[in-house]
Every structure is written in C-alpha cells, then in structure tokens.
Design a protein around this ligand. Structure first.
Ligand code: PMP
Length: 456
C-alpha cells in the first residue's frame, strides 16, 4: 500500500472514503481493493488483477457482473422513464408490472407489494406496518418483535435491533421490545444425546415460554431468515419451522420470512421459506431482486395480512411512510428483467445443477483438521473453523484465522468472506462446475498455507 503513489486510487480512497463493515487496521496496512469492472463471476481491480468473487458481491450479483440483457434493460428504461416515485397514488407502469410479477412468483395466491431501497428498510418498514396494524386494531401494546440470536436483518436502528447481538454494542442497541429467541444451530447448540428433532422441539417450547412470559398480546410479530446468512450460513435444524409455526398461529403472531439472501433461488428453490415450510404471512425481499444492479427492497404481503391491513385502515387516511426512490421505474425494469433471466436463462436450474458439486467440495473442506462443521444448501455454504473438532472449542480469537484465510485468498485472486470463525461462500448462480473446483482448490491451498503460517 505504502509503495503506491500518493495519487493512486488506493490513497484517494483512504483520504476520502469512510468504510463500513471494514477492519480499519487491515485497511490501513493492506489498503482497499478498488475495482473497475466485472466479467462473469470475476471482478477486476485498478491494476488489472482479476478476482473470482465467491460471494456474488454481497450475495446479490447472481447473474454475474456484466450481464448484457440487464445492461440493455437499464439503457432502454433510462431512455423511456428513468425515475419517479410511488407516493400520492402515482406510480410508473413498470412498477405495477413488477408488482404483478412478484405476487405471481411469490408463495401467495394474492398479495400486495411495498417498495424500499434496501433489505434493512424493508424490515424496518414491515415492523412499522405491524405496529400500525395492531394499533388500528385496538391493540397498541402489541409492539414487541421476536427474532433469533445470530439473525441478521439489517442496520437501521430498528432492523439492527432485530439483528441478533453482534452489531449492536457500539450503538446502545437493541431498542427496547426486540426479543431474541434461540438460534436453530444444532451442531453448536444441541445438547449431548439430544436428537436434531428433539433440539428443534426444545427451541419451539422455549419460544412458547418466551411468548407466554412476555404476554402474547404484546408481541407484534416474528421475523426469521430461512437460512441464517450473516450469522454464518445456518440452515434450520430438522423440523424447526414445522415446530414453531403452530405456536405462532396459536397466539396469532404474524410470521415474516426475511428472504433478503434466500429469495430468488439461493437455496435451489425460488423461496427459502418454501424449502423449509415456513408458511410466512409476508416476505422481505432485496439483493437478488435486481441481480445486484440497482438498490431495491420489497415487502410482499400475503393476502391475509394485506386484507387485514386494508380492513383496519378503512377509516384511516394512509400509511404515513415511504422512500423517495421506492418503486423507482428504473429499478422496477431491472427487477423484471432479473426475474426473466432467472426463469428463462436457466439460472435457477444451474443452481441445482452445480449445487451437488458445491456441497461435495464444501464437505471435503469440512474434513480439514481444523474444520468443525461444513454446512450449506443450494449455493450457500460455510466452513466453521475450530481448535478441536470433538469439543468444538474455538481457535484463539487473536489468530483471526478466518480473516487471515480471506486475506490470503484475496492475494490468490479469490474473494471469500470471513464471518466469525467461518469462511462463507455464495457464488453467482451462473457459476460452472469447473469454477467451483477452482474456487475450492484455491481455498484448500490457502487454508494449508495459513495454518502452516500460524504454526498449526
Ligand atoms: N436481511 C438479511 C437476511 C440480510 O442478509 C441483509 C443484508 N445482508 C439485510 C436484511 C439487510 O439488507 P441491506 O444491506 O440491503 O439493508
């Protein structure tokens, strides 16, 4: 970094950009990676170095970084109608068409869509909708929100409060009334002698106890990711959603699936909530909705919830909430095209075609001496590193093993993500079997190098 001239892109970044979710020590010593463009599943930095992005950007660039159809759509829509809002009953035709399509591909026979610019805003908005619903329904005390430990629902004050623990300490969050139920990670939290199904049933009992202790009529809703993403790629334990769903029904608690990562094919099915029998009342979507080519978040309300909102709002004037760029026609055109690409260019089929190889190589990585668990589904996976496979004891934190591996992999031209003690992978849906092999070959070699470097 220091060898670079003062007017290098790296120095210009350091002088002018305040990075979030970035280790500032590493940034200072290694400098940023400043990118110019992408091609397929690779991105290129200002020095021409190529990186295979095994995280699809942030899970979202599923059609690769230069999809011509998406780029053409952007140009065409920009010429036709590049920007408008969705306030005061006005809306772009393209946004209406997208809403129709989203309801069509959703698990709901009928429903309604509300637009935001991000996943955090969509979760935040959903909480406000629930608060308004209960208030208008004569239950203003119904405000508590249940999520799970290790969940990730975003970073706005409300969605960060929903996010389990990790990112809150610096901000004096969570806000009051945000409750965290157990994390359904059997490998980590299952008890000695407890079967996976028994574990799920215990978590369901704990959830019911939490609801009773807090008072069922104080709970506004529960949110859950089908597979926990930023918590370290944690698919639910066997029978988990089947066990908790009846409890939420029993206490009439709306259940929201946060499909920001899983939605649009990541698990091999269109919706993770379908794969895991969540039967949600609404879906939070973002990321792949525009294949990463435009900021967009959406709430897809199922019929019951949208009818209920309409019923309680009959006397009221409006939902006093909205984002200037929510439902923007440019984003809507891109989302429509992204759905077409997913369906007609066989992206979803490709996820299922290459997933067995992805999982096979992931599990092979899991045989590494310091790999505690290799887990995943579809095209999302993680390998969690431990000091001892049998006790699952963590490696010393100051080793920063996952960060070291990710940094070393970056040198070798592979982008992967350290999350706690895990290395997380989520390649674009266009990835080939050969590229999956290349990705894991680099990772295996990197892990050997790094463990040798730290003397393990
Ligand atoms: N929910 C989930 C499940 C997510 O993974 C994320 C982002 N990684 C969010 C919400 C927040 O989305 P955004 O970063 O677009 O605000």
């Amino acid at each position: 970094m220091n060898k670079l001239s003062a007017n290098s892109w790296e120095h210009r970044d350091m002088d002018n950009v305040f990075h979030g979710f970035t280790d500032l020590g590493t940034l200072k010593s290694n400098g940023p990676v400043v990118l110019t463009h992408g091609e397929g599943i690779h991105v290129f930095d200002v020095h021409g170095k190529s990186y295979m992005d095994a995280n699809s950007g942030l899970w979202n660039n599923v059609a690769g970084f230069n999809h011509q159809g998406l780029i053409d759509t952007i140009c065409t829509q920009a010429r036709r109608f590049p920007g408008y809002h969705a306030f005061f009953g006005r809306i772009a035709d393209t946004t209406v068409a997208l809403s129709e399509k989203l309801v069509e591909v959703s698990p709901f026979a009928e429903g309604k869509v509300y637009y935001t610019n991000s996943g955090s805003e969509a979760n935040d908005t959903m909480v406000k909708m629930l608060w308004m619903l209960h208030r208008r329904n004569g239950q203003p005390q119904r405000r508590k929100i249940i999520t799970r430990l290790n969940a990730y629902h975003g970073v706005t004050a409300v969605s960060a409060s929903m996010t389990g623990k990790a990112y809150n300490a610096e901000f004096g969050l969570p806000l009051p009334g945000f409750l965290h139920a157990d994390c359904p990670h059997y490998w980590r939290f299952g008890l000695e002698g407890e079967s996976e199904l028994e574990f799920s049933q215990r978590l369901a009992r704990n959830l019911e106890e939490l609801i009773i202790k807090e008072g069922p009529d104080t709970i506004a809703g529960m949110f859950a990711e089908p597979v926990m993403g930023a918590g370290g790629v944690i698919p639910p334990s066997e029978g988990y959603f089947e066990a908790i769903r009846p409890i939420l029904r029993k206490y009439d608690i709306p259940f929201i699936a946060d499909e920001v990562i899983c939605g649009f094919g990541r698990t091999g099915e269109m919706w993770g909530s379908g794969k895991y029998n969540m039967e949600p009342d609404a879906i939070i979507a973002s990321k792949c909705i525009t294949a990463g080519y435009f900021p967009m978040g959406a709430i897809i309300l199922g019929k019951d919830l949208s009818d209920e909102l309409a019923r309680v709002s009959e006397q009221a004037e409006e939902f006093p909430h909205g984002f200037t760029a929510g439902g923007n026609p440019l984003g809507s055109a891109i989302a429509l095209k992204a759905l077409e690409v997913l369906e007609e260019e066989g992206l979803l089929e490709n996820v299922n075609r290459v997933s067995p190889r992805f999982m096979e190589r992931l599990h092979k990585l899991g045989e590494h001496k310091y790999a505690g668990e290799a887990r995943g589904v579809g095209l999302m996976g993680a390998v969690e590193l431990v000091a001892d496979k049998s006790t699952k004891e963590a490696l010393p934190g100051d080793l920063q093993i996952s960060e070291r591996i990710a940094n070393k992999a970056l040198e070798k031209g592979l982008i992967c993500r350290p999350l706690g003690a895990a290395i997380v992978l989520g390649p674009p849906f266009i990835v080939t079997t050969e590229q999956i092999d290349e990705m894991f070959d680099i990772l295996e070699e990197t892990m050997s190098d790094v463990f040798a470097d730290v003397g393990l």
